[in-house]
Ligand binder design. Structure first.
Ligand code: HEC
Ligand code: HEC
Ligand code: HEC
Ligand code: HEC
Ligand code: HEC
Length: 369
């Protein structure tokens, strides 16, 4: 019955129903709403400085980023062609990656440049139907709920999979073509305590977190990577294990880099770089782009691009030549993230802000026996 209903909704329904904004969900899903408010899915043109500054540099007229960053916009086509600009008084703009958008993705079509989210069409004068949990969906006064066999498999890949620019250069790639969203949901939406809605009708007592923790969370970001240190006479061996189902770098503005120190009697006697982390090519993970052979920062018009990365689940051993290691020496290896690389921050005038402040992701240390 549920499958038939799903097919019915997908193929036979009519024009768009009224948009239910984020705040309207708060009435019943208070906890989830609060979590969601802390998440980066609420960030976009109006409250993410880095995003806005890059978007404005790419084009001061067209806002093509809307497809993924403002997907619910009631004038999406106009934003993309430049006939309209982002409007802070329009809820379908300020809601960014909204509850309603995510919960009405019926299918995701795989495509070369970037994937395409297909929305379920809602029947006029009926309450909207939302996709949610795969098992045991339940209705409410405000909306019907249904399970959609493709929902959990594809919901994240419409936006997070990959993006190529007009010259077919990869701007980012987080997912392989065959990969689904189940792993993404498992790590980024763990089950936490509290009912999925205020009344907790089903008395489940637990729900899937909507904080979507990621690189900004100090505790969560430690879990993505293992760092192991070993030594041989005049070598330090650093083994990195990316435990995530995506590359270490999936964001062209970011850099993640290693800081390695060999410390003897409280003095640093060797470091993997002297001034800038980029001096150590093995420990500097980032995208880089060129246009007509010249290095450029913003990838929109690049005709060449590459990334030095740690792929999904990859284990990499880095070897550093150092002065001979002695008993009681201490070695520390830290992986740091900079939300905007120095050169990127410079282009969009964010130097000296917390976007360029290196933040520790994870650190390991050993004392030689
Ligand atoms: C195909 C979907 C898609 C399109 C189109 C897209 N983005 Fe994104 N963008 C994403 C996803 C997914 C993320 C989150 C990935 C991450 O943080 O690693 C993101 C994150 C970002 C971030 C990092 C946010 C921060 O503050 O850390 C910036 C900046 C950004 N995008 C800029 C843009 C700009 C500018 C455009 C338009 C020129 C654009 N994006 C178009 C999907 C897209
Ligand atoms: C009038 C109260 C009310 C409002 C408003 C409301 N919901 Fe619900 N919703 C419920 C109830 C009740 C359930 C069933 C809970 C259960 O199964 O434990 C539910 C279930 C859900 C589910 C889970 C369905 C499933 O598959 O089990 C999703 C997803 C959902 N709501 C999303 C939303 C979103 C998004 C909004 C805002 C656009 C919203 N709801 C607004 C009451 C509401
Ligand atoms: C409609 C497009 C869209 C969909 C669908 C989507 N995301 Fe996102 N997501 C984004 C964008 C855009 C950002 C970056 C926003 C920003 O920082 O400005 C983002 C950011 C994130 C982040 C980064 C958090 C951080 O700290 O930087 C995580 C984690 C994430 N999404 C996980 C998911 C998961 C898991 C799913 C599937 C359940 C999903 N997303 C579905 C567009 C989307
Ligand atoms: C094994 C757990 C795990 C899985 C599976 C996983 N992630 Fe992550 N993800 C993490 C951790 C931990 C971080 C934070 C550390 C980092 O970014 O290096 C993260 C970071 C992110 C970020 C922010 C990166 C940045 O630099 O802004 C996004 C976006 C994201 N994940 C999306 C996804 C998507 C989409 C999927 C499904 C393809 C997914 N994740 C699968 C653990 C996971
Ligand atoms: C980035 C996409 C995304 C956004 C944004 C989002 N959700 Fe969800 N939500 C999901 C996914 C995926 C699941 C299913 C998780 C599962 O079953 O493992 C889910 C599950 C739910 C459930 C069922 C939870 C449970 O454990 O029973 C409710 C209720 C819900 N969402 C409401 C909301 C509300 C309200 C908002 C906005 C405040 C929201 N969602 C925003 C993707 C999203």
């Amino acid at each position: 019955m549920k499958q038939i209903l799903f097919l019915f909704l997908l193929f036979f329904t009519f024009s768009h129903a009224e948009y239910l904004d984020n705040h309207s969900c708060n009435e019943c899903h208070e906890k989830i709403y609060e979590e969601y408010q802390l998440s980066f899915h609420t960030k976009g043109y109006f409250n993410d400085t880095l995003h806005r500054k890059i978007a404005d540099q790419v084009s001061s007229e067209k806002y093509s980023c809307a497809t993924c960053h403002m997907p619910m916009a009631d004038n999406l086509d106009e934003l993309i062609t430049g006939a309209a600009r982002p409007d802070k008084n329009n809820k379908t703009h300020t809601d960014a990656i909204s509850c309603y958008f995510c919960h009405t993705i019926a299918y995701v079509k795989t495509a070369h440049k970037f994937n395409v989210n297909t929305k379920s069409r809602q029947a006029k004068n009926y309450k909207p139907t939302l996709y949610g949990r795969l098992d045991n969906p339940d209705d409410s006064d405000k909306h019907s709920s249904t399970s959609n066999p493709v929902y959990a498999k594809r919901v994240c890949m419409g936006c997070h999979s990959h993006k190529l620019n007009d010259n077919n250069i990869t701007v980012f790639r987080a997912m392989e073509t065959k990969q689904n969203s189940i792993g993404c949901i498992k790590c980024h939406m763990p089950e936490v305590s509290g009912g999925a809605e205020k009344m907790d009708k089903r008395a489940r007592g637990r729900h899937k977190s909507h904080k979507f923790l990621g690189i900004h969370d100090k505790v969560f970001r430690k879990t993505g990577l293992d760092i192991n240190i070993s030594t041989q006479e005049n070598k330090i061996l650093v083994t990195l294990h990316n435990k995530m189902e995506h590359p270490l770098i999936i964001q062209p503005a970011r850099v993640k880099f290693l800081k390695i120190e060999l410390i003897r009697a409280n003095k640093v006697i060797w470091k993997n770089y002297t001034k800038k982390p980029s001096e150590d090519k093995q420990g500097y993970f980032a995208y880089s782009f060129k246009q007509e052979g010249k290095k450029i920062i913003i990838p929109a018009h690049a005709d060449e691009g590459e990334s030095y990365n740690l792929l999904s689940k990859e284990i990499k051993e880095l070897v550093y030549r150092v002065p001979e290691v002695q008993s009681q020496d201490k070695i520390t290896v830290g992986m740091y993230v900079q939300l905007a690389k120095d050169d990127c921050a410079k282009v969009v005038d964010l130097t000296g802000t917390n976007y360029t402040e290196p933040q520790l992701m994870k650190e390991t240390e050993v004392i030689i026996k």
